[in-house]
Design a binder for this molecule. Sequence first.
Ligand code: HCB
Length: 217
Amino acid sequence: MASLEELIPKAKNAIKEFDEDAAREVAQEGVDSNVDLVKLIEDGFTAAMTEVGDQFEEGSLFLPHVIAASEAMSAAVDIITPVLEEQRGGAEEKHGGVVIGTIAGDIHTIGKDIVATMLKIAGFELYDLGRDVAIETYVNKAKEVDADIVASSALMTPTMTEQLTLEEQLKEAGIRDNVKTMIGGAPVSQKWADEIGADIYAENAADAVKKAKEAVK
Ligand code: HCB
């Protein structure tokens, strides 16, 4: 049996060495050892992905490295999320409907997928629209399912502006007052949420769950 403290550096190394098999092994070890799997994702795999992103920005790593790191991360998350769903799914009260997606022009899905999984586990009904989601698709889905929350993820500075367009189009469609909007993604901040009038900024999946619950109380 391994402890969380032992597994976090192993998780980081698996990502930094672009080692999909090692990432799967650490994830499985985490499951078998019954450690806090959310912490393993956030403090282990995600922390290393951020380092990989920083090195990509500095020019010491290249796109194929980022792709390989994200494949390793996805392999680990694929093992962990069904276990989390099984452990906690249905155990909590139901909270409301969330339409979620990665915003138009943006194909980064890992963080959005983690947030979607954690919201589902917490008892929200999830409508996951995937990636590169056109603004009218969010609006139409929100209307169709009478969503409580419309959540978007933006990982790039240019695509963040689409979160403003989403605010505007929800207003134009006459449903802005019926929903809470939640935004997230590495370049997104509370300041950006205030600027565009989004209701919730969530820094990570745990924050997203906490704030989404408060918003629909
Ligand atoms: Co990508 N990429 N990438 N990338 N990528 C970033 C985002 C950069 C910051 C890297 C850098 O330069 N430092 C950069 C964006 C720069 C900028 O504009 N500020 C960048 C770029 C430029 C690009 C391309 C344009 C590269 C190219 O082609 N030249 C291209 C994008 C094409 C496009 O989208 N149209 C690209 C492609 C890729 C992949 C495909 C190789 C891969 C994505 C694979 C996938 O998602 N399936 C990728 C990755 C992995 C990254 C980095 C390294 C990691 C992102 C990640 O998964 N992090 C990222 C560097 C970084 O972010 N620091 C880099 C781990 C997750 C768990 O964290 O922040 O996404 P997260 O999510 C958190 C949190 O933000 C919050 O909760 C999550 C869980 O804690 N959250 C929400 C997220 N969404 C939320 C929504 C809510 O409503 C609430 C909370």
